[in-house]
Ligand binder design. Structure first.
Ligand code: PMV
Length: 331
């Protein structure tokens, strides 16, 4: 049996703008997803996740891989929406494993996933799970990837089915761990301190892929990305210098820009204002939403948001950074 795990992630700055080449800061955080792979005596792929089970023969799995590649091409050519590429979450994992499958294989593989990361809330659950699956599969099939950058590329390649034209941000965080600054190159930063919280404002009714596509339609050539870059640069400088007022200002400015893009519902905006009145700063993390009331995770600094979150009916917890990226685990 092969075991692997990978952390959740939270985007500190650069959500969306990273897709247009702006710098970004992202942190790996607790909890970790765990996956286990075991050999099966027949050529089938079997998945177990969240109490759900699914299985497919290896030839069917390879056929699904080819179909999903074609659907993604259709999406890239503007013929279908990103929403129409995958029919279910399990297809993503059949697709991930298909990267290693051979049509004439005599044996199969069984995959268990145990993910405490909430799905679709801006905490990188799909990147973490895909990274853990790829890490375990590389070992299981005797073809581990040579370096972490190749693993980032592979996670991103698989995630494209879900996120469309996404960035390497989620993949970099869950593969490298710690705090990562992504610009032309990737640089590791000092670990997170204990003054960050995450507030859960509810699962967004729109997916990351849909939000990215909606933003692209309106803002692809907008000068707004320059303003995002400037905010992320200030964010990073303030974190490095331990300059709290400058960090709070960068968080607030980042939130205003995300509001300008239309990604923050009114209810979440007024929660953020209450955090600011209480002396803190907050911003949405991840894709946000284009419909509904929930915007997924909100990052908070400078004030313990427990009471305000309770009043708003939101869950909340302190953020615990994770210095470790994806890795194999002992049996
Ligand atoms: O919502 P999440 O956790 O999938 O993060 C999406 C981050 C975006 O910047 C909006 C898209 C991307 O691929 O970087």
């Amino acid at each position: 049996m092969i075991h692997a795990s990978a952390p959740a992630k939270i985007i500190l700055s650069g959500d969306h703008s990273v897709v247009y080449g702006a710098p970004a800061l992202v942190a790996a955080i607790s909890p970790r997803v765990k996956v286990t792979l075991q050999e099966l005596p027949e050529p089938i792929v079997r998945l177990h996740a969240d109490g759900q089970h699914a299985e497919m023969s290896i030839p069917d799995c390879l056929e699904l891989q080819a179909e999903l590649d074609e659907l993604h091409d259709d999406f890239m050519e503007g013929e279908i929406s990103v929403h129409d590429v995958l029919e279910s979450g399990s297809e993503l994992f059949f697709y991930a494993l298909s990267q290693w499958l051979q049509p004439d294989a005599r044996k199969g593989v069984e995959l268990w996933m145990d993910s405490p990361i909430p799905i679709g809330c801006g905490l990188g659950s799909s990147a973490a799970t895909i990274a853990a699956v790829c890490c375990a599969a590389g070992k299981f099939f005797g073809e581990p990837l040579e370096d972490l950058q190749s693993l980032v590329a592979q996670v991103r390649f698989i995630e494209r089915l879900q996120h469309g034209r996404g960035s390497a941000l989620d993949a970099s965080a869950v593969v490298f761990g710690g705090v990562v600054h992504l610009a032309d190159t990737l640089t590791e930063q000092a670990p997170l301190d204990n003054n960050w919280w995450v507030v859960h404002t509810g699962k967004p009714a729109s997916s990351t892929g849909e939000c990215v596509a909606a933003v692209r339609e309106k803002y692809e050539d907008s000068p707004i990305w320059q303003r995002f870059s400037e905010v992320t640069n200030r964010f990073q400088a303030a974190m490095t210098a331990g300059d709290e007022p400058a960090l709070a200002q960068a968080i607030k400015d980042n939130q205003r820009l995300l509001e300008e893009l239309g990604l923050v519902p009114e209810r979440v905006q007024s929660f953020v204002r209450r955090i600011e009145i209480a002396g803190g700063a907050a911003k949405i993390c991840g894709a946000g939403c284009i419909v509904g009331e929930g915007a997924g995770a909100v990052l908070v600094r400078g004030v313990d948001p427990t009471t305000l979150a309770e009043e708003a009916g939101y869950g909340c917890q302190p953020i615990i950074g994770d210095r470790h990226g994806v890795r194999l685990e002992p049996a």
